[in-house]
Ligand binder design. Structure first.
Ligand SMILES: [Zn+2]
Length: 222
């Protein structure tokens, strides 16, 4: 696996989104409700328990969404017809304010792999709960996470620990991109396992952040 992300980073994709929206004819109930203006936020769609099956839903409800290519690698597979190589892209999307998605895509062309990953990331969008879980800080502002969280993917495990205001992101480059797009500004990260496998590492970070939303804290019972 060869890392090509440096060279391929920053490929223009804004047109893809505009084109996607212009040509959109909703196929799902949620898509129709969004177009009709009956659902105006992703929170509402989550509260209704509706799954996002069309990327345009996210583009429409989060017009300021940003995306970044985390990794592009060349995947070679031996088949009867000989060697087949495809590109695999990992893309993160987020609004820097609590919404985050991570996705993967494979294709024979880099651009198509990125496009597929960017659609997949939108379909995986989740809410990241933020807060100030740092005992050194206790400011109550949503600059970090409300509590420590652990994520897993394959053999990789990532711990994200709330940090005081001004600490910044103590994390590797890949993790920083993900944390930034989620809107987390101060935290420590610790990782275990084969963390150089970028896709697994990115998914472990995403898993940890996703858990902040899935986890119910004693505060919520009150
Ligand atoms: Zn704080």
């Amino acid at each position: 696996m060869k890392d090509l992300s440096r060279r391929k980073r920053g490929a223009p994709r804004k047109e893809d989104r505009t084109k996607r929206l212009q040509e959109w004819k909703p196929r799902t109930q949620l898509g129709r409700l969004v177009v009709e203006g009956k659902i105006n936020s992703l929170e509402e769609s989550f509260a209704e328990g509706m799954k996002i099956r069309e990327p345009q839903i996210v583009d429409m409800l989060l017009p300021n969404i940003e995306e970044e290519v985390i990794n592009v690698s060349l995947v070679q597979k031996q088949s009867d017809a000989g060697e087949k190589s495809r590109f695999k892209a990992i893309v993160v999307v987020g609004n820097r304010d609590g919404y985050l998605g991570l996705g993967a895509g494979k294709a024979t062309q880099v651009r198509n792999a990125i496009e597929k990953a960017s659609v997949d990331a939108r379909l995986n969008i989740t809410i990241v709960r933020r807060g100030c879980g740092s005992w050194e800080c206790e400011c109550g502002l949503p600059h970090s996470l409300p509590f420590e969280t652990v994520g897993k993917r394959g053999s990789v495990r990532v711990r994200i620990i709330p940090g005081p205001r001004g600490l910044g992101l103590v994390a590797s480059e890949g993790a920083k991109s993900i944390l930034k797009l989620a809107g987390v500004r101060d935290c420590w990260t610790k990782s275990y396992g084969s963390t150089r496998t970028v896709p697994s590492f990115a998914y472990a970070v995403f898993d940890a952040l996703k858990k902040t939303f899935e986890m119910i804290t004693p505060k919520d019972w009150v």
